[in-house]
Design a protein around this ligand. Structure first.
Ligand code: PEP
Ligand code: CO
Length: 463
């Protein structure tokens, strides 16, 4: 019996003094101030009655897959929008994002020769941390936009007022997204016999698309060969597992979807499979860490350049005291120019102390900059450099990079600079649509998958 099977059967360690509401005793950063408490309470009461978005069974099977990623037997691909928006909850946006993630995972599986854990940053990615509580334009000061789950992006008093009913709408939009993704996957959308289902209509000629098509043809030949040989259709190629994740920032919402279930001990956050703690709310004595310590989901934590080895060790003591495999992921997001300085001391301390987590690189959030024409952007070469350096730094430290965390979209956007099409600052005007952070478009995302494969092969077999 595996360790995770055993831990399902008994409450090995119900966290002491924890309840879904115990975070309320701690300092909670980045939460909105709702003007009307009665409205807030009534929205939360309604949420507590609504069905969950995921099940404990799915959560535990993801935890098992992450445990395998931690051991190097799988690779994690986690990606999606910086922030979902209510307006963008549409058939095209959802299916295009799924197409990109499926194409990327195909490239990774084919190149790395290991299964990929597929996790979307969607179906709940509606709350955002901000660097300031307010925003001032032309002498007018209003609350900052904190994601569609909290308020609206328009710079008006009405839009910016935190509205608790938005949590109900976020739950509904998340469940519509989940429902469509599940229906697509169950209906055979991810079938390897038909990778043409994942082609994006807007993609014209692209050198990367040619390379990708060659790979797809090779896989198609291999599938047909196996089928001819065995005289039967290979069936397990038409299904994949797809999991969801979001930053569990808005704790009142997360609390209302934290439930006990009949056949498993403990509490689960049933709003998503794999919640993470953002960099700004990662304090070990803060409300977010307190909430996360008690749920049984696999959880992740963003690790920025100011985190010390000691803080990281204390975080593990709190969030994974039993060293449960697959329980804890550290997503480092240092920036291409600082990762070589900041990451090795953390990796060394963890290895010295015999601590195990799944290490993942987010090459997006440490590489954000502003252009002279006022766009928030990221340069592809920095994203690439942070991923490549991360592989090398882990190899040198005797640890393992087990996945990537990316902001991307299947829409035809121009938000990040560079890549195969060499997007320049003047291209940003053409299709900059993100309300928060700049995302990789299809070509840039596929290029990331290809560079991961090349880098990993190089690390595995140094010249
Ligand atoms: C994000 O993932 O969108 C984000 C805000 O990241 P971080 O917490 O790492 O800054
Ligand atoms: Co972001």
């Amino acid at each position: 019996m595996s360790a995770s099977d055993r831990s399902n059967l008994r409450a090995v360690n119900l966290p002491a003094d924890w309840s879904p509401t115990s975070w309320r005793e701690r300092t909670a950063l980045q939460l909105p101030t709702y003007p009307d408490q009665a409205e807030l309470e009534s929205a939360l009461a309604e949420l507590r009655h609504l069905p969950p978005l995921v099940t404990s069974w799915e959560i535990l099977s993801l935890k098992q897959q992450l445990a395998e990623a931690q051991e190097g037997k799988r690779f994690l691909l986690q990606g999606g929008d910086c922030a979902e928006s209510f307006d963008q909850c549409s058939s095209d946006v959802i299916s295009n994002r799924l197409k990109v993630l499926l194409q990327m995972s195909l490239v990774l599986v084919h190149g790395m020769r290991k299964p990929v854990v597929r996790v979307g940053r969607f179906a709940g990615q509606y709350a955002k941390p901000r660097s300031a509580d307010t925003e001032t334009i032309d002498g007018v000061t209003l609350p900052s936009y904190r994601g569609d789950m909290v308020n609206g992006p328009a710079f008006t008093e009405v839009a910016r007022k935190p509205d608790p009913r938005r949590m109900i709408k976020a739950h509904a939009r998340s469940s519509m997204t989940m429902n469509f993704v599940r229906a697509l996957i169950d209906g055979g959308f991810a079938d390897l016999h038909h990778p043409e289902y994942w082609n994006l209509s807007w993609v014209g000629h692209s050198p990367l698309a040619d390379e990708y098509r060659r790979m797809v043809n090779a896989i198609g030949d291999a599938v047909r060969f196996m089928e001819t040989l065995s005289g039967a259709e290979v069936h397990n190629l038409n299904r994949v597992d797809f999991y969801t994740s979001h930053e569990a920032l808005l704790l009142p919402y997360e609390e209302s979807l934290t439930r006990q279930v009949p056949r498993h001990w403990g509490h689960f956050n049933l709003s998503t499979h794999y919640p993470w703690i953002g960099m700004r709310t990662a304090a070990v004595d803060g409300a977010h860490a307190e909430y996360f310590r008690g749920i049984r989901n696999p959880i992740a934590l963003k690790v920025g350049p100011s985190v010390t080895p000691d803080q990281l060790l204390r975080t593990i003591d709190l969030l994974n005291p039993e060293d449960e495999p697959g329980r804890l992921t550290f997503i480092h997001r240092m920036g291409a120019s600082t990762v070589a300085d900041k990451l090795p001391p953390l990796l060394d301390a963890m290895r010295r102390d015999g601590r195990r987590v799944l290490w993942v690189c987010d090459p997006m959030h440490g590489n954000t900059e502003s252009t002279s024409n006022g766009y928030k952007t990221r340069r592809f070469r920095n994203i690439r450099a942070e991923i490549e350096q991360s592989f090398e730094l882990h190899a040198a430290a005797g640890t393992r990079l087990g996945g990537v965390h990316l902001e991307l979209t299947g829409e035809d956007v121009t938000e990040c600079l560079g890549g195969a099409r060499e997007l320049t600052e003047s291209d940003l005007e053409r299709a900059y649509r993100s309300t928060v952070d700049p995302r990789l478009n299809y070509e840039q995302a596929l290029e990331v998958a290809m560079l991961i494969v090349r880098k990993q092969a190089q690390i595995a077999a140094p010249a």
